[in-house]
Design a protein around this ligand. Structure first.
Ligand SMILES: Cc1cc2nc3c(=O)[nH]c(=O)nc-3n(C[C@H](O)[C@H](O)[C@H](O)COP(=O)(O)OP(=O)(O)OC[C@H]3O[C@@H](n4cnc5c(N)ncnc54)[C@H](O)[C@@H]3O)c2cc1C
Length: 198
């Protein structure tokens, strides 16, 4: 068993100015107006302020995300996003990679109980596979904290929606960790898209 950290990577090479110009170009058809020099940011800000967010759907971004299975299950509830996800059917696991909850501190009784449960699951998984059961059946004993790897693509309107929901205090801490990293990338690369966030 190996404890790993969750992570996020934007896999698109993006030019924030060009993205804003594209949104402006698409949005200006509604008003039959023309872009001016440096008018894109102001225009996109106006769209967001008016709730005219369908125009943001013309641009999509893809993130490579490492999280656990429980968080993955929550991510895939977002119906306007597209996913490619590591399969527990086609992957045969060896040493399990898992993500620890922040609230389970090392060297506490909680930690040892948590670790023992995972080691028991790992041993049972290996025993089932050794007996000839295919991974797609042996996976039944794998824990929810098992590492998962996925690519998630959504348009900017949907990312705004996801980020609002999933950075909120009501979201799970592991989800907030992932989403705050994504929010940080937006703030760096496309600040106008998220500048109205609290
Ligand atoms: C704190 C928290 C706790 C949660 N707890 C639970 C739980 O206990 N059990 C559970 O099952 N789920 C739970 N969820 C998941 C939640 O119910 C949603 O499935 C998930 O957040 C996806 O949100 P969404 O439907 O708004 O977004 P998306 O699927 O990303 O859709 C975006 C928006 O598109 C519109 N839309 C999409 N599909 C439709 C449609 N068919 N009809 C009308 N409008 C649509 C809606 O406006 C929606 O907000 C929880 C979510 C959060 C954030």
């Amino acid at each position: 068993m190996k404890i790993i950290e969750p992570s996020v990577e934007l896999i698109d090479f993006i030019d924030g100015d060009e993205i804003l110009k594209k949104i402006e170009r698409c949005g200006r058809v509604c008003y039959q107006s023309q872009p001016k020099d440096d008018s894109a940011e102001k225009f996109v800000r106006m769209l967001i302020k008016r709730g005219h967010e369908s125009v943001l759907e013309h641009v999509s971004l893809t993130f490579h995300i490492i999280c656990d299975r429980a968080i993955q299950n929550e991510l895939v509830r977002h119906r306007h996003a597209s996913f490619s996800v590591e399969s527990t059917r086609f992957v045969k696991y060896g040493d399990l990679e898992v993500i620890k909850p922040e609230r389970i501190k090392f060297d506490t009784p909680f930690f040892f109980d948590w670790q023992n449960a995972i080691l028991y699951a790992q041993n049972t998984y290996e025993a089932l596979v050794e007996c000839g059961l295919p991974p797609e059946d042996a996976r039944d004993v794998l824990p929810l904290c098992l590492k998962s790897e996925l690519y998630m693509t959504a348009n900017l309107r949907e990312w705004r929606h996801i980020l609002k929901l999933r950075t909120d205090k009501a979201a799970h801490p592991k989800m907030r960790f992932i989403m705050n990293q994504i929010l940080g990338i937006f703030k760096e690369k496309l600040p106008v898209i998220v500048e109205d966030f609290q």
